[in-house]
Design a protein around this ligand. Structure first.
Ligand code: HPA
Ligand code: ZN
Length: 340
């Protein structure tokens, strides 16, 4: 790629809408926290951790991702994890981020819900004070566990409603369709949470229909497999439903064999509101800029398409109209100065 296009991407103001905070856990920090907490893991060096990052599918990755999260115990651990992510995105001109966390991964190990949410939200408050980065927190239910477990998690979350904007659904997709969680999502909506869900990453288009009709999602995480179903694409386009696409994640988890075969442009051509995100950047080889650069290179995206992708994310984020307008104006100004 020519260096001016690369700099254009790097300097562009961006919003991230699909990021698992536990997936931003870099091996060096993981190791430091493991030592601080005297927690033993499967890995005896940073290199051993990195070598383990070869995945054939989503489950291969999840096994390692949950292993890494085991070292997180204290409020300071969750702060350090989140702050490290904030520093990375600040360096990449990300001005707004909406992050997922998996409460069950921690509460099932005896870590208090409040410890997790306090560490994450303290770092995000500091991100706003220090860098002006705004944010939202979305808690995900682990879909490989029962709906009753998700219900317990929702009940625990009510005490922290002021800090949790939405609920989502992640973990092993195949065999765990959105319909399994329709009751708990209905309760979450009654409690005032916005809903999103991972669907159509490894699972079929049918799971996306279920996420729309049964979970009443406001945004679709991944959604790649909508490419298989023209009626579904028409519905998503009509509803202006945003898709949080994660190119390097799709490559590393073998959702696509090659980024050149990625459906992103096809989805955009079908008028879907596509956004670019990093998913689990410490595991998949890159944060926002690396994702933008890799997909731009593979699909030969131009500046107008790049602007559209960034704009889609600002339009699809869960903030008030004033902040949205401010971020969109920042993008316009950047584009006007750097279009050619
Ligand atoms: N898919 C499902 N669950 C996840 C992912 C993902 O990409 N990342 C972290 N949990
Ligand atoms: Zn994800």
């Amino acid at each position: 790629m020519n260096s001016t296009l690369k700099s254009f991407i790097e300097g562009m103001p961006k919003a991230e809408l699909h990021l698992h905070i536990e997936g931003s856990f870099e091996p060096e920090l993981m190791f430091a926290i493991a030592q601080r907490n005297q927690v033993k893991t499967k890995f005896d060096s940073v290199e051993a951790v990195k070598e383990a990052y070869q995945f054939n599918n989503l489950q291969d990755f999840l096994d390692i991702y949950y292993e890494g999260a085991r070292v997180l115990l204290t409020e300071q651990d969750f702060f350090d994890l989140t702050w490290a992510y904030v520093e990375r995105i600040h360096a990449q001109n990300v001005i707004h981020t909406e992050i997922f966390f998996d409460p069950q991964t921690h509460t099932d190990r005896g870590v208090d819900f409040g410890v997790v949410i306090s560490g994450i939200s303290r770092a995000l408050a500091q991100a706003e004070q220090k860098y002006g980065i705004t944010s939202r927190i979305i808690m995900c239910f682990l879909r490989h566990l029962d709906e009753s477990e998700a219900e317990k998690t929702l009940a625990q979350a009510l005490a922290y409603k002021d800090r949790i904007y939405g609920v989502g659904l992640d973990s092993s997709e195949l065999g765990h369709p959105p319909s399994k969680f329709k009751n708990v999502f209905a309760k979450a909506i009654e409690e005032g949470f916005v809903t999103v869900a991972h669907a159509g990453e490894e699972g079929p288009a049918e799971y996306i229909w279920e996420a729309l009709d049964l979970l009443h999602i406001s945004r679709l995480d991944h959604g790649n497999r909508s490419k298989d179903d023209p009626k579904l694409m028409a519905r998503l386009a009509a509803e202006k439903m945003a898709l949080t696409v994660c190119p390097l994640s799709n490559l590393k988890l073998c959702v696509v064999d090659d980024l050149k075969a990625h459906p992103l442009r096809f989805l955009m051509e079908n008028n879907l509101k596509v956004t670019i995100n990093s998913d689990d950047p410490a595991y998949f080889g890159g944060y926002m800029n690396e994702n933008y650069i890799a997909i731009t290179e593979a699909l030969e995206l131009n500046r107008t398409e790049l602007k559209q992708l960034a704009q889609n994310a600002f339009e699809a984020c869960f903030v008030d109209e004033g902040r949205k307008r401010e971020m969109l104006a920042q993008l316009e100004a950047y584009f006007a100065e750097n279009a050619f």
